[in-house]
Design a protein around this ligand. Sequence first.
Ligand SMILES: CCCCC/C=C/C(=O)SCCNC(=O)CCNC(=O)[C@H](O)C(C)(C)COP(=O)(O)OP(=O)(O)OC[C@H]1O[C@@H](n2cnc3c(N)ncnc32)[C@H](O)[C@@H]1OP(=O)(O)O
Length: 391
Amino acid sequence: MGWEQIEISLPNCSALQVISFPVVQLHLNRTAMRASQKDFENAMNQVKLLKKDPGNEAKLKLYALYKQATEGPCNMPKPGVFDLINKAKWDAWNALGSLPKETARQNYVDLVSSLSSSLESSSQVEPGTDRKSTGYETLMVTSEDGITKIMLNRPTKKNALNVEMYHEIMHALKAASKDDSAITVLTGNGDYYSSGNDLTNFTDIPPGGVEEKAKNGAILLREFVGCFIDFPKPLIAMVNGPAVGISVTLLGLFDAVYASDRATFHTPFSHLGQSPEGCSSYTFPKIMSPAKAIEMLVFGKKLTAGEACAQGLVTEVFPDSTFQKEVWTRLKAFAKLPPNAMRISKGIIRNREKETLHAVNAEECSVLQGRWLSDECMNAVVNFLSRKSKL
Ligand SMILES: CCCCC/C=C/C(=O)SCCNC(=O)CCNC(=O)[C@H](O)C(C)(C)COP(=O)(O)OP(=O)(O)OC[C@H]1O[C@@H](n2cnc3c(N)ncnc32)[C@H](O)[C@@H]1OP(=O)(O)O
């Protein structure tokens, strides 16, 4: 195994610094959803062939996934604050938590594949068309074997949804609804599925002040949730780890939810001075009974994957060690079914609820707009951002 030197520059560093990636020569099998050791080694080789620098963020992700895939969870002492390069590498690796080696290997292969296509295609991209399926900042989107996979890709922030990610998910869903895949899958990269709304979204106040901020947030949220309500093909969540806030509430709009036994489901809206969204005020009482929905959505009770399955929010739970393998095998079989039949059957089951769901969505967004201006909400956000509180 040789070593390829890839340069990385960090803010506040006067000179380019260097991170090394191990590289071997082999061939990439892109059709496998589950990366073999051979795929992994091929991907390492492909890194060497990238025509353009993928940027520091991508290189740190590659480094972290490589270390996780080969050595497991971060086992190095934390570098000092002035050792910026090694601290950045350590942070990226450590953020992967207890992500299984096999998942890290798969994510590494996916990342290299997405970098290869995006860097190769960037020279052919027409001006203004910078949101091609391969050119996302916060997602990894791949399409093969009849399955479009949308992977939330901010693992160092626990896949918190920033404004960019809301827009990119909407774009990816709209593209997936028109592509030739039979089913669409949403999952998370790293140890979390998603920690929900990025609370720093609240910090960027426009000239119109907090009222304008709240109004824009409600417009964005309504459009975002609307894309899930209207999605025409089978939409499947692969909940690979803990899920918080809007990433949980949206599950009521998915057609199947497969969860790792590491996943948890937490909607701490009252703790945050907020109120339910994602149509959960309507879907959760129907799925699990009003009392169970109130335990989650009002009292913030966190469910294990087993509990969420018993209450109907999750379709099936898998041991984390076999989660990826078992679910992808199943999804590949689903994707071979006649796509038009699946789309039509989903429509029959879902369409009569659509109008109600859009009305619920509008009401939830309007209530939340008011909540975001409340002292209860502002205090909760300030406490999180000033590191005084966490869930
Ligand atoms: C416009 C549409 C609005 C839609 C309305 C949606 C509502 C919701 O989704 S409500 C739920 C909001 N989410 C939260 O309140 C979660 C806040 N996060 C946490 O409590 C914790 O980060 C944690 C329990 C999710 C994970 O804790 P831990 O394992 O200790 O990891 P860290 O806290 O160190 O997280 C690593 C890194 O990621 C940042 N981060 C994680 N989640 C969020 C988030 N939701 N918003 C912003 N930032 C988040 C965290 O700050 C750390 O960053 P660094 O310190 O820079 O490393």
